[in-house]
Design a protein around this ligand. Sequence first.
Ligand code: NDP
Length: 263
Amino acid sequence: MDMQLKNKIACITGGSVGIGLAIAKELAREGTHLAICARDEERLQEVAHEIRNEFRVKVLGVKADVSKMKDIQKFATEIEKYFGGVDILVNNAGTGSAEKIMTATDEKWYSYWDLHVMAAIRTARLLVPFMKKRGGGAIVNIASVCAKQPLDYEPIYNTTKAALVMLTKCLANELVHDNIHVNAICPGLIITPDWKKTATILGKDLGITPDEYLDRIAKDLAPISRFATPEELAKFIVFICSPLAAYCIGSSYYFDGGFIKSI
Ligand code: NDP
């Protein structure tokens, strides 16, 4: 199927590993040029080089911490200089947390608010004007199943991802007549390097292998009893980014193997 993404330009935050990298590669496979950012510049530039060689698309890699306004501004400026604009924005950079509400500091709350919510607001504010000039575009915010069904160890993650889902709905309504479709994706268990690291540490504590730990988590949390790969998820996200999904406005799509227990 032609996804109508050839020669489009996509900006992906946190595009150097895990889900962001898989989205970058799936878009590149469609002939989309990329602007990706992350904090670890060496890994980012290696990945940019790899994607250029494999898919023959243009890839701009910019070191940026999207929880900081000045870095987002720098990223947007570089995108404008290199590509002159952008058609697709994927707000992917994010991470889990571990705390109790009674003891977490204001600073911790603000840092996750900046990373999961303000980054999506700021990137939209800076990049949507380019989309408007180009006649439209797409924004995909990577939230989580935890936006709907919280995990008890990460209230800050749950709360900020839920806010991102509401932001998605509001922004979608604001931009619908600019031919920009905005949606959120709520993944469940996706096997990324971060999960493998966690499984190694927590599995050791329990006296089991990383694979046994991951198997236990999958059986406990997802009726399908397995993790998804980032590549499986990325194919779904590429469709939501594409003009084929233009009628999808302000929705949250679960990709979770049955994780969510309610309708
Ligand atoms: P990873 O930790 O594997 O990758 C995160 C990516 O984001 C990396 O490229 C990282 O690079 C970058 N990143 C992290 N923080 C920042 C920052 N402040 N500024 C810029 N880049 C940053 O994460 P996943 O692939 O697992 O997760 C991606 C998204 O999907 C997140 O929003 C996460 O909450 C969500 N998600 C993941 C699930 C899962 O099971 N994996 C389930 C549900 C949602 P660097 O460290 O160099 O900055």
